[in-house]
Design a binder for this molecule. Structure first.
Ligand code: ZN
Length: 135
């Protein structure tokens, strides 16, 4: 599995995820959540930020089912899905991930035919990686 590449702005996202918490960066002045994490608020230009806990509920905003040719590590896992999840608590934020059958389940554990745009999902964590299950 590919490991997340972190930077100073995004490191807290992964630290919370490692503890099983989904949080998004938000402006400490105007409260607007933002993603990806970055130093400055695009709405009010404040540099003050905080990490807002979110419910982990969302819906599939879009998805793809990659087909060969794929990188060798992924070819063995096909068919799998890659989803864009719109967070219920922060609808302007969409996180890239995978729908799996449960926490720790393999990448190809969910039949891509069961995924629909708009389907409700909730977050699960596998080794500090946020993934999604159909709700
Ligand atoms: Zn702001």
């Amino acid at each position: 599995m590919l490991s997340p590449v972190t930077d100073a702005d995004g490191a807290p996202f992964w630290e919370y995820a490692a503890r099983g918490e989904l949080r998004v960066q938000a402006c400490a002045d105007c409260a607007e959540p933002r993603f990806p994490p970055r130093p400055c608020c695009p709405h009010c230009q404040s540099f003050a930020s905080e990490w807002l806990p979110v419910s982990g509920r969302g819906r599939v905003w879009s998805y793809v089912v990659p087909h060969p040719p794929l990188l060798p590590d992924y070819a063995a896992r096909a068919p799998y899905n890659v989803v864009l999840v719109e967070l219920a608590d922060a609808p302007r934020i969409r996180l890239v991930g995978n729908v799996v059958s449960g926490p720790g389940a393999p990448l190809n554990s969910c039949d891509p035919g069961g995924i629909r745009i708009g389907a409700p999902v909730r977050v699960v964590f596998s080794g500090g990686l946020p993934q999604w299950v159909l709700a």
